[in-house]
Design a protein around this ligand. Structure first.
Ligand code: ATP
Ligand code: ATP
Ligand code: MG
Ligand code: MG
Ligand code: MG
Ligand code: MG
Ligand code: MG
Length: 269
């Protein structure tokens, strides 16, 4: 407060170090759930993918974006979510620790706040935590490669987990047997096991699980009906159309060009 501003203690402020993010770079904040392997077990997440948990992650990411319009795109899978700030953002004077902690705490509190909406009567056993990191990407190519890296990770893990849990749940193998069966296999081998032994075409599995969740802002024309009363006229309903920004979720490929061609506003120049 201003009363304290000139105290003899004020000098300690100068111990704070500068963590301003380089100008012109995209600022990426990635969060990851702490010890979620255990958290998933304790909260009886279905294997390999619990849709309640994925829904709650997306809802929490929505909540972060609604409060920070300078986040242009977010991508999530498993217990992680990445948030991309536009190049020109001046939020928190681009201070890395402020941006990161704001995202992490808004996300964590939303995860707890909305828990019941997704898990119903199943109790949250303890307060979950998320770690955060900040990475800067100077070019559109770098940023797209970053997001591609996360989606490729989603694909690799989900193909493995789908094969692993199918061998157990439908093939009757133990976890050790399933591990041995998949040791050293390529993606094509896993696809083949699923297809020839279990009649599963991996490409027909849920897009949410194969591709993760991409959140972007979209302009939507929203028409609401307004009651209007002019002097000497009867009250009437008239349609009023406004353009609103709304967070929209996609479960599609973001590695190829198509997504970026269809949403040219996400990347700047
Ligand atoms: P910023 O987002 O920049 O931190 P802020 O509104 O949180 O903005 P602060 O300088 O952090 O601003 O001040 C916190 C304010 O919250 C106080 O000025 C006071 O109005 C209010 N506040 C916090 N704790 C209490 C409390 N225990 N009792 C009454 N008011 C409180
Ligand atoms: P760390 O604290 O180092 O991040 P971690 O246990 O969270 O450790 P991660 O590599 O982040 O390890 O992996 C997250 C784990 O959480 C997954 O391996 C999986 O077991 C579990 N998990 C997360 N989300 C889901 C989900 N929607 N459905 C099922 N399991 C999930
Ligand atoms: Mg304060
Ligand atoms: Mg980790
Ligand atoms: Mg984790
Ligand atoms: Mg993780
Ligand atoms: Mg404050």
């Amino acid at each position: 407060s201003s009363a304290m501003a000139k105290s003899k203690f004020e000098y300690v402020r100068s111990f704070e170090t500068d963590d301003t993010c380089l100008r012109n770079c995209y600022i990426v904040v990635r969060l990851d759930g702490r010890n979620f392997h255990k958290f998933a077990e304790q909260h009886h997440f279905t294997k390999p993918n619990d849709d309640r948990a994925l829904g709650l992650m997306s809802k929490s990411a929505h909540s972060v974006m609604e409060g920070l319009e300078d986040i242009t795109i977010a991508y999530g899978q498993s217990d992680e979510f990445s948030f991309v700030f536009k190049r020109t953002t001046t939020w928190f004077k681009r201070r890395a620790s402020k941006l990161m902690t704001h995202v992490a705490s808004q996300f964590s509190s939303s995860y707890v706040f909305y828990w019941k909406e997704f898990f119903g009567e199943q109790p949250l056993l303890y307060p979950p935590g998320f770690d955060g990191r900040v990475v800067l990407y100077p070019t559109n190519r770098n940023l797209r490669d970053y997001l591609s890296w996360r989606q490729a990770d989603c694909h690799i893990n989900n193909l493995y987990n789908t094969a692993f849990w199918t061998l157990i749940q439908k093939g009757g193998l133990t976890t050790t047997q399933a591990e041995d069966r998949l040791k050293g296999t390529l993606a094509s081998d896993k696809n083949e096991i699923l297809f020839s032994e279990f009649d599963i075409n991996y490409n027909n599995e849920s897009a949410l699980h194969r591709k993760g969740t991409t959140l972007i802002w979209e302009k939507r024309d929203e028409t609401v009906s307004k009651r209007i009363k002019r002097p000497n006229e009867e009250e009437k309903q008239v349609p009023v159309t406004r353009s609103r920004r709304k967070v929209e979720a996609y479960h599609c490929d973001i590695i190829g060009d198509q997504f970026w061609e269809e949403h040219p506003d996400v990347l700047e120049n």
